[in-house]
Design a protein around this ligand. Sequence first.
Ligand code: GLU
Length: 491
Amino acid sequence: MTTPAVRVRYAPSPTGQPHIGTVRTALFNWLFARHHGGKFIVRVEDTDQERLVPGSQQNILESLKWLGIQWDEGPEVDGPFAPYIQSERQKLGIYHRAAEQLIRGGNAYRCYCTREQLEQVRTQQREDKVQTRPKDPCSALSHQQRRDREAEGAPSVVRFAMPSTGTTSVQDLIRGEVTWQNEVLDDFIIIKSDGFPTYHLANVVDDHLMDISHVLRAEEWLPSTPRHVQLYRALEYAPPLFGHMPMILGPDRSKLSKRHGATSALEYRDNGYLPEALRNFMVLLGWSLDDKSEVMSLDTMVQNFTLERVSKPAAIFDQEKLLWMNGVYLRQFSHQELASRMLPFLERDLDKRLLPVDMDYLRRIAPLIQERIKLLSDAADLTSYFFQSELEYDSANLVQKGMDQMGTLAAFRRALPVLTAAPGFTHSVLDESLRAAGAELGLSPRQFFGVLRVAVTGRTATPPLFETMEVLGRQRVLGRLHEAIGRLSPA
Ligand code: GLU
């Protein structure tokens, strides 16, 4: 027997910001497709018109692009099974044809009950202590009764007639065999009163028409699976293979939500996380290479992404680990790369008067902060003093412990000629000559360099002082010393 070509899909509903959990689903499907040389398809499931959120589809696609998850078929790229947006597919009549086929075969029926009527039936059955699943009164209507209801123009839905006895099983690729008692499953709706198919019908019809080989989705969809299995059977479609991925929980083991921090991928982008880091972090939410490897290349992920390595227990979302991982990736970058990643954040966060940022300058700043930067959104704060023409700081910070105003002014006056005359404004020359000047004044390096640090950067803690001065350049440094002298000199 030949194994079918791998065709997997990510089928988001555009009902809000793309939650990290659904993006993990996309990532796992994509890695699975890449591992097997198969196709990764994006299909937008927007048949629940009431829950649509404008802009959501765009955000979902943008998250995928940002994370480097390219789809082979789907919106924007199309493909042999276009369109890939269910509301557009609805116009093709495919869901209604499937529903008609089910009705003709006795596997579905029109139901005219209102919500209240059904509630009454259920309450009655509970009172009568009927053990089996409540029967929908419309499942037993005669042809004539149906014709009458239609003639009255009664609104209706189409329900799937679930078998009421026996069991439905699925051999889940991750969870093993899972079995449900049919009597606990209801006659679910497949076409709503607005004429749109429900998720269950549209999902099954499209997975079939799009030749999907594996349905890999989050565990929360497991309860839908017996319904889907029954639909496949009734429609005489060959079912795909199913695999349900573990839930993602917060550190307190409750379902991951806003309470635990950002939950949408784009929020992570805007908060300064790298796509590489988020992708690497997400792959470990329910999959592992060997229980210990954390930071790994995309190639390693693709080469090793098999479902045997996907775990059953829930994965815990650990923000601290993500932050740590982001730092690891930031430190691996070349200076050029780090500078270009920081650029958009500087353009967003720096005072607009300091723009445009000079890329050559930024490339020289990058190594100075590379050890400290944890998020790209820290970039403006970590580097603003390189760009400002006037620093803002408390003049009192210039005066170091054990020194007074006069001593501090003396330190500047000594530093000025040294900095003016330094042959070459490099950190090694500055180090040597300033060290000697400080010693002549009888100041400790901590005092002398402390004075200079505050004057040159406006801060008490910075990257190494001489490297910082070298990048700032002689002119800026001298200007800042004069400015500091002005601040301390009696008016
Ligand atoms: N539209 C469903 C969702 O929003 C798809 C579930 C599935 O993959 O079957 O996640």
